[in-house]
Design a protein around this ligand. Sequence first.
Ligand code: BGC
Length: 746
Amino acid sequence: MDKKNAKAVVSVPPEAEVSARVEALLQRMSLDEKIGQLTQISGADFFPGPKADDIIRERGAGSVLWLNDTKRFNELQKIAVEESPSGIPVLFALDVIHGYRTIFPVPLAMASSWDPSIPERAQAIAAKEARAAGLHWTFGPMLDIARDARWGRIVEGAGEDPCLGAVMAAAQVRGFQGPYPGAPEHVVACAKHFAGYGAADGGRDYDPVYLSEAQLRNVIFPPFQAAVKTGVGTFMSAYMDLNNVPASGNRWLLHNVLREEWGFEGFVISDAFAIGNLIIQGFARDGRDAATRALRAGVNMDMASNTYPQNLASLVADGHLKLADIEEAVRPILAIKVRMGLFEHPYVDETLLDKVVALPEHRQVARLAAQRAMVLLKNEGGLLPLSKSLKNIAVIGPLANSMEAIEGSWTVFGHQPAAVTALEGIRAKLPQTRVEYASGPEIRRDIPSFLEDLMPGAKTPAQAPEEAESAFQEAVATARRTDLVVMVLGENADMAGEAASRASLDLPGRQEELLQAVIALGKPVVLVLLNGRPLSINWAAEHVPAILEAWEPGSEGGNAIADILFGDVNPGGKLPVTFPRKASHAPLYYARTITHQPEDHPQYRSRYWDGSTAPLYPFGFGLSYTTFSVTNLKLSAPRIKVGDTLLATADVTNTGQVAGDEVVQIYLHQRSGSDSRPLRELKGFERITLQPGETKTISFQLGPDELGYWSTSAGRWIQEAAAFDIWVGTDSLAMLHADLEVVCGE
Ligand code: BGC
């Protein structure tokens, strides 16, 4: 391609110029071309129907997805620019969720860092690599609050909490987009799935969602609103029914809330096939009805269902829809293309990607992100960090040498795994030590995902029971020969993500049995978990002395695991989700309201008679190789007026022997009001590093945003005169307490 043409623009045109150019384009476009812009077509071979080339040649396309091929991008773009009627370039879009070539920890893991600079830096690099490959737009970040660990897509979000979720949302949007949607070396972000998808009944992917307006506004919306405030370019409407109105046909959601209340000016794309699905969902009568209702609800672009191109022209022709409705939907799509300079520079330099992905800082940031994401769940007797002068060590488990498990859920189409496994990371750290490895029995899904059918390549046959048994025995024998065992267990990459919900949260396959057999040998054992959701590891929590939650940590995951196990890095991540003892306890989350018979009251013991319903590990929890104390909680005033802001301060001291990180968290609870309020809610946090003996004073502001809420009784946002509890500490069970009185404004 022409070099000059491939060079990026460096400045965004003024808004007046953008709209003038959009209007000029609209003037010369036929209705068919306008509908073309409202259409996202598949670039994948697996997709039936006419080829992208032909569709683009005939009427152009708003966007192409499911294609990851730089050369093909330029070929298709050339057709759009030179052969389609108005020559409008195409946006190339793909799910770049946690890295393009350099893979970062999965979003749930990045949220575990409680450090927004991590997802911001990671997504900026993901964007840079993706843009160099010729992509313009990513379907991320996923902002669904998820409180049910059975739901597979919990891995793609920031966990259960709206405050943490909103901070991570803004950070990811900044990282992906840079200064504006489509800025050079960045990609346009897409806040998805609007809204409520994470609250699927029973944690079953795609199942209906029932959420009150108060739950939507207080819990589900904050990350989405944070994305709008950060300037996110696009939104994706969710698949499922929301209170019996499918999200992709939900005008209240997509128009009233998103555009009118929040002032969103970008464009909305449906989730894949979601407009066509309005018929399957028993909502729309037929394609015409589905297209009409999705467009009227506020969906600008149809992702792959073909419902818009098949129906919109006739709907306009017979007066059902107005041309103005179509044009209104097209405007923000053209505006993004104009703003990003796509008309001036439609092509990508095909030599760029190789230079960009080779940058060493990408791997460095991946390693840092993985280090900061990991959570130390248990460290009995200070077993960790381990000595680097061990003579021999066994690394055992089906995930110990798996690049796929380390990279985790959802890498881009055609991605070739290229990661440092846990085994390789440990071997690199201990050149003098004999490091033995045995995988034990394999693990796999009981029912394969439909997504697997779409992926090219031969499928490996399942291990026969006798092979599994001999792998089991070999693993135990390997452990027996060595002085210390690192078990790497958890879930394969395909066990969390889309269409990856499960009814159990136990370690899949024979992993727990293997862990028990190894523990029975009486040697020191460290458990490293690779997984994309909370697991109910009750037996391990009781019997294994040290447990590191490594999540799905990305390209440099194995090195980061070794950095932590051998003490080069002190872990400081915290759980962004509650770990339940059993899957049947889900949804389990800390910010519940108190109802009849508070379960933490000794008399009432537990909600179930067959086991404690207390979390195995609470939200916000994580240990360090050092210890901290939090003291001296002070409020700038014990009494404030409604509308005023106060400052809460506390002193945090590293009381141990090594430098370390602590995440200081502030929670509050309103004791009475128009509505009952959660037991406690996170309202601020800060991750800090302290040297041994060092103290820092941390301060948090509490104002109307933190003290107010959307009330069911009042039907609006309110802030009330009431008594509040404030806690500051290092997890959601924080005990350091202060009373706050909020009084009437007069
Ligand atoms: C997922 C979206 C994704 C889209 C495009 C859908 O199945 O729900 O999250 O962005 O596919 O790949």
